[in-house]
Design a protein. Structure first.
Length: 295
């Protein structure tokens, strides 16, 4: 194994994230005072020291919508100055009639590899991000995702179990676009019924060969680093998608609320220790390198 790829690191930038100032707003991951501040690249590099991470991918962090290009430009400058990160998943508003003018602006930055607009919706308003749960009701989203193929870009897909059938339909309608499922489908209902719904949705998504799953953010809903919990989701997801369609992601600094980086990586490595060397290398680096086209 030549080194891990962190395919989901975030660098928080306070000046462009209004929710970091003023009263603390409810978040899906709970209270976040310890990380309600800048998370500079120097701190991130310190966090990953000794973890085996050799490359990373920055995923958009919800700056103000009209600042989407500013975010990409800032991350590109950071990479040029520090050698990290190695790719950018930028933001674009996929609900507009035609997002290509936004894509054209993002294409100025050589590290952009894809787009994320969070589409997850939940009956619990604290877990809700999108305006509607039905991904099939907005033809603009589907049309704009399909247009990503012209740029050679992927789409980072964030949905809950109840939305997975619609997400699979969308993936099937955009066969030339790679969809990267965030957080292994965000299993939040740990009851038997909740697990069954998640499992059925994951099976539906796994049937789409252009969908891969990111193994990240698994402490979000339990708000701790639980190796057994991580292992259960990781092993089941790999069983459905195969190691060649699964990739590790740290979700830092969110997971920094309850663990340190090396402990987090160790938990994922323990979860896949029974796989062969090739499969472990795919999960911890090779899939991300291929999907995000890392040099």
């Amino acid at each position: 194994m030549t080194g891990h790829v962190d395919a989901h690191h975030h660098i928080w930038y306070q000046a462009d994230l209004p929710w970091l100032v003023g009263p603390m707003q409810p978040r899906i991951f709970g209270p976040y005072e310890p990380i309600r501040r800048d998370y500079p690249i120097e701190e991130y590099l310190g966090d990953i020291a000794g973890s085996g991470v050799t490359q990373s991918v920055y995923v958009q962090t919800n700056w103000a919508k009209d600042g989407f290009e500013d975010e990409a430009a800032w991350v590109q400058r950071t990479a040029e100055q520090h050698g990290f990160p190695h790719a950018i998943v930028a933001y674009a508003d996929m609900t507009v009639d035609d997002a290509r003018p936004q894509f054209d602006r993002l294409a100025r930055y050589s590290l952009v590899r894809g787009v994320r607009m969070q589409l997850h919706w939940h009956e619990n308003p604290l877990y809700r991000f999108a305006a509607s749960p039905d991904l099939r009701s907005d033809p603009s989203i589907r049309a704009n995702i399909a247009r990503l193929a012209d740029y050679g870009w992927s789409f980072d897909l964030q949905v809950f179990a109840g939305q997975m059938a619609g997400a699979a339909d969308m993936a099937e309608s955009c066969p030339s676009v790679t969809f990267i499922l965030q957080h292994a489908g965000m299993l939040e209902d740990l009851s038997a019924a909740g697990r069954d719904e998640w499992r059925a949705g994951m099976q539906r998504l796994a049937a789409c060969r252009n969908v891969v799953s990111k193994l990240s953010g698994l402490g979000t809903f339990i708000r701790r680093n639980d190796p057994a919990h991580v292992a259960g989701i990781v092993r089941e997801t790999i069983g459905l998608f195969g190691a060649e369609r699964c990739l590790f992601g740290s979700n830092f600094p969110i997971e920094k609320l309850w663990t340190d980086y090396r402990t987090l990586v160790a938990g994922y490595e323990a979860a896949i220790r029974d796989l062969d060397v090739s499969a472990r290398a795919q999960v911890m680096g090779e899939t991300a390198r291929r999907v995000y086209r890392l040099a």
